[in-house]
Design a protein around this ligand. Structure first.
Ligand code: ASP
Length: 522
């Protein structure tokens, strides 16, 4: 195999070439207990790349990867990149209608998928003309009348020799479309170039203080950028990724974490809440973990002491991000006790500032809308110029684009950021503005409330009424009336929810965020 170690890492796939050349025998990924070395990964990637190229994949063509967190999924991401294509990872729980939209919107020519979800993807693929080839792993759970264009992942790999014919791609080319759902409408494909993703991966590696000796745990979906970047960072570093499908069976994950002596645990609040609940019943402790990270939703300060018991040797990172630029800010872990409510400052190599809705700079302490400047900002939404224009605004230099997050924050005197709420989340009731987050924080402080979410619902007299949803511990006995009274102790009158509904479980998106669109329908 040619020596690829000296290649510059300008393109996302080059991280694999470099790591596979410098330490081919090191374990790159352990997927559901099965280890694969860097040379095994590179070989499979180069074979699949050849297969994609033989199916006519050209620079810039989209390839959809509709798969679980599996070995074929990991191979697929890098094969598409090295073939010069643009990948989009679709959560395997996605149902027909959304899958149809994603395949059609992206004009994907090839679908890489898992046979066990054939009943979903086969009818979809047959109803659209753009997908020319389907490569599936595992067993196809459906018999096909006509299997033209269908091939098995293993057959495809074994039929092609590893090819080192790399596509002509430059860092400005697209590497991925990262689909994200907004509060309204269809998902939007965030266009990310190689240079933006390479930049973001290195920025994260820098502030998370990661090294090649890391063993990073992946329980988040690869369809979520938070999960995907665990893979990208691992491969760039030449570290090891321990891959599981999800956090559905926590006991299994805990065993794996101990067996593999993992060093980095990326999670979201739902996962940490489950760990804390387990720990209360039977102590769990992971001494090998030195970094714990949280993003996607806010980690409540009350959870931190218990997380420190579970991870006694770990730095805990509170972070905040949007798919539109991957990650926005992080709090230096040494400040977690002195600034527990803050999500910190801009990630390395980027800049943040707050502006009023009129575009004027705001004073320290005053709320403003957060803007992001840096090489990680998306190129726009795929084929959606109007929604792109809502998010990308003129920057400091002529022609430069910066990201308007549409999220409200304030900054303290030292420049640390505090989240106030989504601008489109703000509830207008009795003519007053209510930040759902403020109400949620008060509810969450009430003993026995595990989760709280607040929305505005149309109300004839109030304009909007504040409605809260809670999930409680079995032992909690407070009545709605008592809860309202407790809220009143900490909130202005108009902020106290008109109704508080107790749910067995919060509806969640595939990425673990509370699904407020579903709450509106309850
Ligand atoms: N970008 C992610 C989001 O959309 C989270 C992250 O990785 O920071 O929430």
């Amino acid at each position: 195999m040619m020596d690829l170690s000296g290649r510059p890492q300008r393109l996302l796939g080059e991280g694999l070439l470099a790591s596979a050349t410098s330490h081919p025998e090191k374990v790159a990924v352990i997927v559901e207990g099965e280890p694969y070395t860097y040379s095994q990964l590179l070989k499979a990637v180069l074979c699949l790349k050849a297969a994609l190229q033989s199916r006519g994949l050209m620079r810039g063509d989209r390839v959809a990867i509709y798969m679980d967190n599996t070995w074929p999924c990991i191979v697929s991401v890098y094969a598409v990149l090295l073939a010069g294509g643009v990948f989009l990872v679709i959560n395997p729980q996605t149902k027909s209608e959304k899958l149809h939209f994603l395949l059609e919107n992206s004009d994907a020519r090839i679908l890489l998928t898992d046979g066990h979800i054939a009943t979903v993807f086969v009818p979809v693929v047959q109803s659209i003309s753009t997908v020319e080839h389907v490569i599936y792993s595992g067993v196809l759970k459906l018999s096909l009348d006509d299997d033209t264009g269908f091939a098995h992942f293993d057959t495809v790999i074994s039929e092609h020799a590893p090819s080192e014919q790399f596509a002509q791609v430059i860092p400005n080319d697209l590497a991925a479309l990262l689909y994200t759902s907004g509060s309204t409408g269809n998902p939007k494909g965030v266009m990310q170039t190689h240079q933006a993703m390479v930049f973001a991966a290195w920025s994260l590696i820098e502030y998370l203080r990661l090294s090649p000796s890391e063993k990073i745990m992946l329980v988040l979906p690869l369809a979520f950028d938070y999960g995907l970047y665990q893979l990208l960072m691992t491969i760039k570093l030449g570290a090891t990724l321990i891959v599981e499908r999800s956090f559905t069976f926590p006991a299994q994950i805990y065993n794996r974490m101990l067996e593999e002596s993992i060093t980095v645990f990326p999670g979201v609040p739902t996962i940490f809440a489950m760990m804390v609940a387990t720990n209360r019943k039977k102590k769990i402790v992971f001494p090998s973990v030195t970094r714990v990270t949280n993003t996607a939703a806010a980690l409540t300060a009350s959870m931190i002491p218990e997380l420190k018991q579970i991870f006694p040797n770990a730095l805990i990172y509170k972070m905040y991000g949007q798919t539109e630029c991957k990650r926005i800010s992080y709090l230096e872990p040494e400040l977690i006790d002195s600034k527990p409510a803050s999500v910190g400052k801009a990630i390395p190599g980027t800049e943040l500032f707050l502006l009023s809705p009129e575009g004027k700079a705001v004073e320290h302490g005053e709320p403003g809308i957060l803007y992001v400047r840096g090489p990680h900002v998306m190129a726009g939404y795929w084929k959606q110029p109007e929604t792109t224009a809502r998010m990308l605004k003129d920057g400091l230099l002529p022609g430069e684009r910066i990201l308007c997050t549409h999220d409200w924050f304030h900054m303290d005197d030292e420049g640390f950021l505090y989240f106030e709420g989504r601008s489109d989340d703000i509830i207008k009731t009795r003519g007053e503005k209510v930040s759902p987050l403020e109400v949620e924080n008060v509810l969450q402080e009430i003993p026995g409330i595990k989760e709280a979410a607040v929305i505005g619902v149309t109300d004839e007299t109030l304009g909007q009424a504040v409605k809260a949803f809670i999930v409680v511990e079995e032992s909690m006995t407070y009545k709605e009336r008592q809860l309202k009274k407790m809220c009143l102790a900490n909130l202005e009158n108009f902020m106290v929810p008109q109704s508080i509904v107790c749910l067995a479980e919060m509806p969640k998106t595939q990425n673990g965020k509370i699904d407020k669109k579903k709450l509106i329908k309850i």
